[in-house]
Design a binder for this molecule. Sequence first.
Ligand code: ZN
Length: 550
Amino acid sequence: MFIFCLVISALAKAQEATVKTFTHADTLRGSITPQRIWWDVLKYDITIHPDYENKTSEGKNTITYKVVSDNYPPVMQIDLQQPLQIDSIVLNGSIKSNFTKEGNAWFVQLPKQKKNAVSQIDIFFHGKPHEAIRAPWDGGWTFTKDSLRRPWMTVTCQGLGASVWYPCKDHQSDEPDNGATLSIIVPDTLVAVANGRLHSKTNNANGTTTYKWDVVNPINNYDIIPYIGKYVNFSERYNGEKGKLDLNYWVLDYNEGKAKQYMPNEVHNMLKAFEYWFGPYPFYEDGYKLIDVPHNGMEHQSAVAYGNLYKPGYRQRDVSGTGWGMKWDFIIVHESGHEWFGNNITSKDIADMWIHEGFTNYSETLFVEYMYGKEAANEYNAGSRKSIKNDRPVIAHYGVNEEGSGDMYSKCGNMLHTIRHSINNDSLFRQILKGLNTTFYHQTVTTKQVEDYISKLAAFNYNKVFDQYLTTTQIPTLQLKFSSNNKKVSYRWTNCVKGFNLPLVLKNDETEIKIWPTENWKNTDVKDNQAMLFQKDAIEKMYYIMTEVL
Ligand SMILES: [Zn+2]
């Protein structure tokens, strides 16, 4: 997702106005409860039949799961948000199961099953689902019309959770290991698109058609999305790092001409840049798709939602204010960047959502660098800094389904740029980005795993640096003092967490110097051409810090 600045300030204001207290419902939603821990989702097989006229839906999710513990309460927590209702639950095709409900959590009574047993549970549901008012930022179904006043439907649900439209284990740490299918029942006059590949199209001989889509890779439950409208398709095969990648474009019929003109080139540039920096696109088996939507866009895995007017920039605006952001399509780049960070590597808890948005924000800088060079990338990155608010920490509370500050975007993009300059070895930095994508391939992770991996590869412990940017709102300040003859410079960190120790490499075309400041004054002898490197503007362009010359 990309949060527009206005939305960030609206959210921040709302949060200032109310001191948040967490409820039992937040814990049920955001933590691994005893009723969740004992089973591992292997597959979701979802059927959905939305009714456009009445704005209702009915459907079924068959969850294939594995018992992963001997010791557990014979109760399974299923999440489905009100006002949707579960009608019945059947275990292994025959055992009707009783259930109770607490808010949006449903507790299903099940017979005790042996560890490693694999079972299937069918959950039938119906109702009037929550509607999104401002998709994609608030979730739910969108029932709208295209510009020819024909029905157009889709869902957005990041943060709020997929349980806003189908019953599931609504926790990011458990992705269906073997993927998912989504069968969408629509009027014969409409076309339904979803993640992965089209498995079958069945005419039901009653005025409806079922489109079944199949994803073979693990997928976030908020990424599984139906798209329903007057879609047409065009496709091509792209020669990528891992072989032939199927690219499919599903656009409204009246957009086909401009989509053919505009989209493939933008997608090729994105794939070239990101396969260079991050390694192969992580879902070759499921292909890559761009799909027209009535909202701005979302990172839905192998089915990226696109609503950016077929024009460069972000809704024709440059988020960096430098001009570089007007040269490419922000939504294609940002939302596709999430295929590596967010979809391939997913945070276990949404409190760690910076892993999605921070790296993806930085993917914009890396895209600019690949296309237009290093200086352009430095400008883009520094330009994006103006949206940092330092209103509250980037990492939120764990276990209660809470997202941190909107600073998870550009502040974390700037943090990664800072660490990259500190490492001062671009080929190693690229190896780290690729290594994250292979080491944590199709996995869910914690902040600590990401920090430790980067520190290990960089051969320096950056944990205090991550702590600074992720858990505080302070901008670390580098204090500098020069001797009267400018032959010696003294330096220390202030306004920082205890133990903050970001090493700095300062350089220009002629020379460079590396210093290891701490909270205590240290000093080093400098040659005349090295003294020149300690200039506030030059330092702050490379590092997201403040510099104070005393
Ligand atoms: Zn995003």
